[in-house]
Design a protein around this ligand. Structure first.
Ligand SMILES: O=P(O)(O)O[C@@H]1[C@@H](OP(=O)(O)O)[C@H](OP(=O)(O)O)[C@H](O)[C@H](OP(=O)(O)O)[C@H]1OP(=O)(O)O
Ligand SMILES: Nc1ncnc2c1ncn2[C@@H]1O[C@H](COP(=O)(O)OP(=O)(O)OP(=O)(O)O)[C@@H](O)[C@H]1O
Length: 491
């Protein structure tokens, strides 16, 4: 990229999250990822450069090690002309969803990350002219805490995502509770995975997006966005899954196309032999905790009836879901066990503020930082060193709980057998595919107190609503039995 000759008209708005905004190049398969900040938060250019460089280093030295070379794209920090950034910011403003406009794009530093466009991924040298379908999934936390530090019984039964849904609907973030449960997706059991993916398709929230040739065709921009329309989605997908047959339209066609999509995504998610060092974590927590979440509607669905023992994780060890789950499980103590250790580090830093650098709280995220993450002991010897290791592991785990997986699918030509790319078959076509992870920014040390408070809020709200529901149910049952007694009495 020639940073000297930048033209805002060659870039278009692509998407954004809470902390960054992404624009895509119209022709080339690259994106620019800019940081966003609340309007009054002024950061120096040097701070922004350092923040971005830390993201790159963390990707290279930590996440590539854990997840594998091919899945992680670190990109590079680029310096752009300020005039270009200002014009770009004006150009895209009208396309930004209202709910994301509480933060502004950083137009003052001129720094951004330049990354491959994972929605039009060319990793395996897909021919430029071939159509590309891309599915982005934000799977969230795939396990139930196994730490003995957990005090709320509910946390041993219901996963955080399912509990959080209730609070999100109550606060108006989303309109309705999703049937998606991360434990189903991470189960490795095909039926549970189909159920999870279908649930995501029904209620995408911010957990599912679908792009065709780099354009968003499915998924919420905003809680106020229109409802999911499967027939419109099927219309987009039909040429990919039923290329040469004249499958008629209508609900039958829609169902057939969605079924194919779900099957292909499941196969891709279960595939993979990419080498990562997540194996280094296997001697640690392993797959512990309950295998199912009590709130998942799957356990109450007809598929599950008659099965007394839920499936344990059947994820193949090489697949990205497995590796992501292993990194998530670096949260060994749960926020309840971690918070006192965070306080220990805080007290130490209050006394010796100059030590912050040596403790690598704000980087550098180098090989030494990575090596310390491999110590999975949970025996607290009372030291700051122990507390710090657990704090850093927790931050890495939280990052893995909030990352997204991008699956790019490109239809194969009949003669594509000599290609080196992995292939996934569907019933009427074949796709070359690639899988990548995005949003691997290390969660800040400062967010730990917020996590602690939020955890309490989520569990308390869920317990309250579920108890209220149970109480209503009980009182209805009680009434029914009272009625019954009366009837018996009469007889
Ligand atoms: O805490 P959670 O589980 O709500 O996750 C937040 C996400 O909400 P979600 O649950 O996915 O709707 C949230 O996503 P949205 O902005 O709501 O789309 C962010 O990803 C947030 O991360 P950060 O603070 O921007 O680094 C996420 O915060 P943390 O990952 O820092 O907890
Ligand atoms: N390299 C990429 N290629 C294609 N699309 C991308 C890329 N990076 C990000 N995106 C798109 O931009 C969106 C926002 O990016 P990202 O998730 O990194 O933002 P964020 O603000 O860090 O997210 P969060 O809200 O989780 O903090 C993603 O959901 C994805 O659709």
């Amino acid at each position: 990229m020639d940073e000297g000759k930048m033209d805002e008209n060659e870039w278009r708005y692509h998407g954004e999250g809470n902390k960054s905004l992404v624009v895509a190049h119209e022709q080339r398969c690259v994106v620019l990822r800019f940081l966003k900040f609340p309007p009054n938060r002024k950061k120096t250019s040097e701070e922004i450069f350092q923040h971005l460089q830390n993201i790159v280093d963390f990707g290279k030295n930590v996440m590539k090690e854990f997840l594998g070379e091919n899945y992680v794209h670190c990109g590079e920090v680029v310096q752009l002309p300020l005039d270009f950034v200002k014009q770009l910011c004006l150009k895209i403003q009208c396309e930004r969803p209202e709910s994301r406009c509480d933060k502004d794009l950083d137009t003052l530093s001129g720094y951004a990350l330049c990354l491959p466009n994972l929605a039009r991924l060319q990793t395996y040298h897909f021919a430029e002219h071939r159509p590309i379908l891309c599915v982005e999934i934000k799977p969230k936390c795939g396990f139930i805490p196994f730490s003995s530090e957990v005090t709320h019984e509910m946390k041993h039964k219901v996963c955080r995502y399912c509990m959080h849904q209730h609070l999100k609907v109550a606060t108006g973030k989303w309109k309705q509770i999703s049937k998606y449960c991360p434990l189903d997706l991470y189960s490795g059991n095909k039926q549970r995975m189909y159920f999870a993916l279908k649930s995501l398709l029904q209620e995408a929230q911010n957990n599912l997006k679908i792009f065709k040739n780099g354009e968003l065709i499915y998924g919420c921009k905003d809680a106020r966005g229109p409802m999911a329309d499967w027939s419109e989605l099927a219309h987009h997908l039909k040429p990919f899954f039923f290329p040469s047959n004249g499958l008629a339209g209508g609900p039958h066609c829609t169902r057939a196309v969605i079924r194919e999509l779900v099957r292909v995504i499941t196969r891709v998610l279960l595939s993979g032999s990419d080498k990562g060092r997540a194996g280094a974590l296997r001697s640690g927590p392993g797959l512990r905790g309950p295998a199912v979440c009590e709130a998942s509607p799957f356990s109450r669905s007809p598929h599950c009836q008659g099965k007394s023992t839920p499936e344990r994780s059947g994820l193949p060890k090489g697949c990205l879901l497995y590796k992501t789950l292993q990194v998530q499980m670096l949260d060994l103590l749960d926020i309840e066990g971690l918070y006192p250790l965070y306080r220990r580090v805080e007290r130490y830093l209050e006394e010796f503020p100059e030590e912050r650098k040596a403790l690598q709280i704000d980087g550098p995220y180098d090989e030494a930082f990575y090596q310390r993450l491999l110590d999975l002991s949970t025996e607290d010897d009372g030291t700051v060193a122990f507390a710090l290791t657990k704090v850093q592991q927790y931050r890495v785990a939280m990052t893995a709980k909030d990352c997204s997986i991008m699956i790019a699918l490109s239809p194969c030509l009949q003669d594509a057998s000599s290609d080196q790319r992995p292939i996934v078959p569907s019933s009427r076509s074949r796709f070359a595919f690639s899988v990548s992870v995005l949003d691997l920014d290390l969660k800040p040390y400062e967010s730990i107190p917020h996590q602690y408070k939020l955890d309490g809020k989520i569990v308390n709200y869920y317990s309250k609503t579920v108890h209220a529901k149970d109480a209503t149910l009980m009182s209805t049952r009680f009434k029914e039995s009272e009625d019954c007694t009366l009837v018996l009495h009469k007889v």
